[in-house]
Design a protein around this ligand. Sequence first.
Ligand code: NAD
Length: 350
Amino acid sequence: MSVLDHNEYNNHEHVAFFNDKYSGLQAIIAVHNTNLGPALGGCRMWSYANSEEALTDVLRLSKGMTYKAAMANVALGGGKSVILGDPRAAKTPAMMEAMGKFVDTFKGRYYTAEDSGISVEDLQHMEKHSNYIAGIHSKYHISEEKSDGNPSPATALGVFVGVKAAVAYQYNTDLRGVKVAIQGLGSVGIRLARHLKNAGAELFVADVYKPNVTVAAEELGAVIVDPQDILTLDVDVIAPCALGATINPTSLPNIKAKVIAGAANNQLANEGIGTECRNRGILYAPDYVINAGGIIDIYHQKIESSDRGLKSHIENIGQTLTDIFKGSDEQDLATNIVANKIAEERFLKK
Ligand code: NAD
């Protein structure tokens, strides 16, 4: 299938493929929309089964970034990049440097940052060849824990604020005694768990990588659950913080929680699942709204701001979600559809 006929192509402005025979780098950069500003989106390295799968991933993710930036009220557009290969086995500094050269060919219409499989150190290699690498320097901080540029702490704060807003809307309560099941205790999940614990929530956690759940159990008293069961526990909130498409026709009928609010991108297998959630009385916090803390962080590092300015922008995520929840009830529409309409009004009218 050609790129132009691809289901996920969706009016992308620019899709470029890169092949560097010296380092072995094979990568794709997709720029979805730059109406509101230069495209920003992390670089993901993953052992895709084939190039078709990589193309689908990058196109879906870059489109999501346009919506995320518009909803977060930052002057950025949407883009994303993927590197084909196993980050644990195939990654080399030379490959990261080659990726920096590839990013630079966009001359500032695309900025990259961290995503799965790409670390601050990898971005430092890219930065040798491009000024358009974000997520590695921090002027402003959201806590005493000084960030190295990785936006995960900001993302976790935004998701925490979002869970609080969703619980307040759905159950009319704060987080004390509220049962939350977290799927995936990586950079965002473990930080979210700490916020929730401090607010008095009861934690249930699952991760396919055992050391991560052990930390949560020992440090936070979280109950460890089999990854197969985490989404269907009898809890108040499920927080998907691992993979995309976990809310799908198979999992949804078995979900007992009445709030879904987590960090993962593309949580719904398709947009119709949002309507199914609404029909089942489940309040879904749209993923690109609740997980926008990272993009807000990166944006503030590029403008004149302050620690306070950064933090309060992230904390606005709570109000944005509450407005979406109200709009969903008023219009009898799924929360993801309401969010899409608001985002499209912002980036399409420009
Ligand atoms: P991460 O790679 O650090 O953590 C993901 C965790 O999920 C890992 O510990 C992994 O072992 C676990 N996992 C994978 N498959 C699983 C499964 N089937 N069941 C349970 N656990 C599983 O990633 P992260 O940075 O914490 O990001 C988490 C999610 O949030 C991702 O979907 C990412 O795209 C999204 N996100 C992250 C950021 C950010 O700033 N890091 C920003 C926006 C969105």
